[in-house]
Design a protein around this ligand. Sequence first.
Ligand code: HEC
Ligand code: HEC
Length: 194
Amino acid sequence: MKWSSFGKSLMWSVPVVIAVSMTTITPPAAGQFRKATRPQVIRPQGAVWQVIRANCTECHGIDDYAYYALDRAGWQKLIDSKHKGAEVKLSEGDQNLLLDYLVEKFGPGSKPFPRTYIPPEITTFFSDPEAKRLLDRACTECHPLDRVDKSRYPEEKWRVVAVEMREKGAKLSDEELERLVEWLGRVWGTNQDK
Ligand code: HEC
Ligand code: HEC
C-alpha cells in the first residue's frame, strides 16, 4: 500500500477506531496497515491439477498451502477441519493424488511460509557491489548464485523467494531483505534483456 492511500484509509477508519477503543482494543501500529507478503505457489502439472481444479479452486487459490508443512495425516486433518459444513468430498484415488502432492511439496521437511512478514519502507538502495556482498554473505552457503542469475522475476516475486530463503536459513535482517529485493527487481527483473 502506498503512503497516500494509507493516509486515506486511516482517515476513514478513525471513527471506527474511536468507537472500538472505548472497549479494550487499541489501534494497530502504523506498520500493520501494510499488507503481509503472501506466498506464491506454482500450479502443479498433470492429474493432481485436475483434482485441485475440480474440487478446490472454486473457493480459493492454492497459495495458502505454503503456510503449512505437514505430514499426510496432518494435511488430512487440516483439510477436514477447514471445511466443516462445506462439501469437499473426493474419491479415494483423487484424495491420494492430492495428499501425495501436498506432502511432497509442503511436507514436514519443508519450511512453512511466514504469515507475518511486512516489508519495511526503505530509503536507501543497494549499489551493485553492496548487493553482491550481501548475496555472497547470505546466499552462497547453500547454492551458487547461478540460481539468482538464471531467474527473472518482478520485485514481488523476488520478495517471496527471499522470504522463503530466509525461512530456509539465509541470514538477513528485514531491512537487508528489502534492499536486496529492490535491487533484484531492478537488476534481475522481468523488464531486462540482460
Ligand atoms: C466450498 C468452498 C471451498 C472449497 C471447495 C475448498 N475450500 Fe479450502 N477453504 C475454504 C474456506 C472458507 C477456508 C477458510 C476456513 C478458515 O480459515 O477457517 C479454507 C481454508 C483452506 C486452507 C487453509 C488456508 C489457510 O490460510 O490457513 C487450506 C489449506 C485449504 N482450504 C485447502 C483446500 C483444498 C486442498 C481443497 C480441495 C480439496 C479446498 N480447500 C476446497 C473454502 C473452500
Ligand atoms: C539455507 C540454505 C539456503 C540459503 C542460505 C539460500 N538458499 Fe536459495 N535455495 C535453497 C534451496 C534448498 C533451494 C531449492 C528450493 C526448491 O527448489 O524448492 C533454493 C532455491 C533458490 C532459488 C530458485 C528458486 C526459485 O523460486 O526461483 C533462488 C532464486 C534462490 N534460492 C535464491 C537465494 C538467495 C537470493 C539467497 C540469499 C538471500 C538464498 N537463495 C539463500 C537454499 C538456500
